[in-house]
Design a protein around this ligand. Sequence first.
Ligand code: FAD
Length: 545
Amino acid sequence: MVAARESQAASGTAQQVDVAVVGAGFAGLYLLHRLRKAGFKAIALDEAGDVGGTWYWNRYPGARCDIQTIDYSYTFDPDLETAWTWSEKYATQPEILRYLGFVADRYDLRRDIRFKTKVTEAKWDEATERWQLTTDNGAPVSCRHYIMATGCLSAPKPPEIDGVKDFKGKIYFTGRWPHDGVNLAGKRVAVIGTGSSAIQSIPLIAEQAAHLIVFQRTPNFALPAHNGPAPADRMSLLQGDRAAYREQARQSMAGVPYPQQTVVSWQLSDAERRERFERAWAAGDLVHILTQLWADQAVDVDGNKIVQDLIREKIRAAVNDPETAAALTPHDHPFGAKRPCLDTNYYATYNRPNVTLVNLRQEPIKAITASGISTNGRSFDLDVIVFATGFDAMTGAIRAVHPITGRGGRSLSDVWAQGPQTYLGLTVEGFPNFFMITGPGSPSVLSNMAVSIEQHVDWVVDRLAALRDAGFNTIEPTETAQAAWGRHMADCSMLTLHRLANTWYTGANVPGKVQGLMPYTGGVGPYRSICDEVVSRGMLGFRLT
Ligand code: FAD
């Protein structure tokens, strides 16, 4: 395979495959496995040096999943499920990376993956009805179908602060953490950002650093992880009837097998609400607290405010200094409208004498200088700056392949100039045989992504096999179907509270990005039914040739 590629590169000829997959994370690995089984000649290409995607890149201290690992796993092969045992309720990044390596070995996937190979451009050739992919390493690729499994959280956001290049100390990004680790012992460290990666890493950085200064623009709700072994009650449900447990996840709203709540907040007394909340808080389960308190918590501002107030009480109790506690307390968004974080000692870390919180709402950063960071009130001398500033989510990695040129020479960035337009979050009109896994317009980041990835991959591979067997060469959504999906997305977004927060779900974290809620808020189970109905109604909304 490698020798054949080298000779192709030398002769400038393209590597010919049926399907090219970009990305070798959770999605790319499963795609490769399914495509092969369906009889397609397929390859995957990844900029990374090995498999893992998110879990290859995010090696910062404390990196873990925040969906319980028994749920955040592949479910397509019952033998795989029993061949692997997770050691913790929320596995660490190294363990998840080992798991994905184990999957790659088990299905012998690496032989068809080109690592350290970035796809830089993609062009649909109308004459041959094939995509031509340009790479930064080795032969270009010619493929009938082009699938972007490039990840929703894989394009780190560049720093927006002047003077980064002047800083004489070390700069690290949580999303590109060095593989051999970083020794922060005795160092003066700044962390910029208080999103999920920051909330996971701050307690561990504080234990090592001489002094840690956290620069916070917007506080986030953080809930206790209470990590440990997988909870006995969840394990016994899984082991009692694995197939039913997995099926319930597939039909659920968030991709985790919890029932739909039917009792609304005002049907409960104060004491009953508090009892439910304390039980959820003690469970240390993001999805439990996001979905199981009362039925109106995610759709009604009053039902939501009760949850917010209960969490605010917890923050006040955990942080000794009232001013710091107030700065750490979110007031600008409904609970759940922005992804909440799971914490292990996060709030308590602010009680340490070597940790300082700088509230950028009151004291904005003026510049990064050679020696540190200056705000409009103070200067901080630093050895290390850690950017935990998140990602250009959902569209960043797709748009980074530039241009992606579809029919009639139209580029995807032009078509998406006013925000992403898709049919089902999977396909785009004018871009035949082009698919996105967990693309904008699908439940994606509002779900357990392992479940959403499997659903997308199964749907795409089943369609490709059916088209091939029926003698079709191309598949593309109609303009009407795409516009209708956009309207349905907008309608659904009016039902939840996500529209009331400026977040990375809406593109608000990236300067200049067009604003709009990108994930589908209708839920994982309903979305799955829609995708299945499209098939059962003769590929409704698609043009096949
Ligand atoms: P990724 O894992 O992001 O893989 C995409 C791959 O594509 C990357 O390796 C990248 O290098 C490659 N790529 C992108 N563009 C190109 C290009 N042009 N050329 C070549 N290669 C390219 N989700 C959950 O459901 N539960 C969790 O608990 C959870 N925790 C998370 C914690 C962190 C710190 C982060 C960052 C994300 C987390 N997520 C979680 C979301 C996570 O991204 C998904 O669950 C999942 O790993 C995505 O898999 P993927 O294969 O779609 O994309």
